[in-house]
Design a protein around this ligand. Structure first.
Ligand code: AKG
Length: 283
């Protein structure tokens, strides 16, 4: 395992928002880039307001105590944990409703972000239709991913980039990501049910393949940091061992100039196997 955050990094506080050729080449080599301080923490307020507003409606709907204006991330977490424990399934309703939250769409199309993505992909990019705020509950395993490549779950061009931007400080204690650098230059690896030590619905990479990765990097991110990685970069979150829900903005960007994607009419191929796995409920 390499030291924390030992990956190609653009530090926006120090170097501004533009990717140099050197960083672009490093991204091509490594399959991941950390953009430190791309956003300022206050740019996350609209996301927290959308989370809090939807939570208030659900609290009222379910007859739970409604804490209208509590929109700090720890307060949103406490409210969500309370609501989910009194009304199991509420978290899943909130999760699905965030897909259409205006703040997610605004963040996903932020000019600072698009400039970086266009430099890494091309001027013609498209956003995957799932706008996700991950909500990883403390100690939860069933909905938690383990070692995988995003391409298995989303298809499209290999070059597709995943964006991972936490709404609170995220480290190994609350389940930050670990990445395997350089592996995206190999062919995609078949996924299936494998034992990585947690009881999850996610299909994953074979443990014997994971054991061979030689550039494994754990990450720790602050609010405002954005991690971008290639759809074939293997990665895994760890279990959230904290007392708070881990909230992460999670989006995907595809390159419309990719020749095969264009030949496919910008449509994706069959991902039934992965979809079926994700629809399973815990037994
Ligand atoms: O952080 C998580 O829980 C999973 C994130 C992930 O695997 C992804 O963004 O593809």
């Amino acid at each position: 395992m390499l030291p924390l955050n030992q990956l190609c990094t653009l530090d926006c506080h120090r170097d501004g928002f533009e990717l140099t050729e050197k960083l672009k080449n490093q991204y091509t080599e490594e399959g991941a880039i950390l953009v430190k301080g791309l956003f300022s923490p206050d740019e996350y307020l609209p996301l927290r307001k959308d989370l809090s507003g939807r939570l208030s409606l659900l609290e009222t709907h379910f007859g739970a105590a409604s804490l209208q204006n509590e929109n700090e991330i720890t307060q949103i977490s406490d409210r969500l944990r309370d609501l989910e424990s009194s009304h199991p399934g509420a978290q899943s309703i909130l999760y699905d409703s965030m897909n259409a939250a205006p703040s997610l769409h605004t963040m996903g199309a932020h000019p600072k972000l698009l400039a970086i993505l266009e430099a890494l992909l091309s001027p013609e990019i498209s956003l995957h239709d799932r706008y996700i705020i991950l909500m990883s509950m403390p100690q939860a395993e069933w909905h938690l991913a383990t070692w995988h490549q995003d391409w298995y779950y989303n298809e499209g061009p290999y070059s597709t980039i995943t964006l991972y931007a936490p709404l609170q400080k995220t480290d190994q204690n609350n389940g930050s990501l670990t990445l395997a650098l350089g592996e995206h230059r190999k062919a995609p690896v078949a996924h299936d049910e494998h034992d990585h030590g947690i009881n999850t619905k996610w299909h994953s990479l074979p443990p014997e393949v994971v054991q061979q990765y030689d550039r494994v990097v754990p990450t720790a991110l602050e609010v405002g940091d954005v991690l971008l990685f290639h759809s074939l970069t293997p990665h895994t979150p760890c279990k959230n061992q904290s007392d708070y829900v881990r909230f992460v903005l999670n989006l995907r960007y595809r390159d419309l100039r990719d020749p095969q994607f264009l030949r496919d009419g910008w449509r994706i191929k069959d991902i039934t196997h992965a979809r079926r796995a994700m629809q399973r409920t815990a037994s």
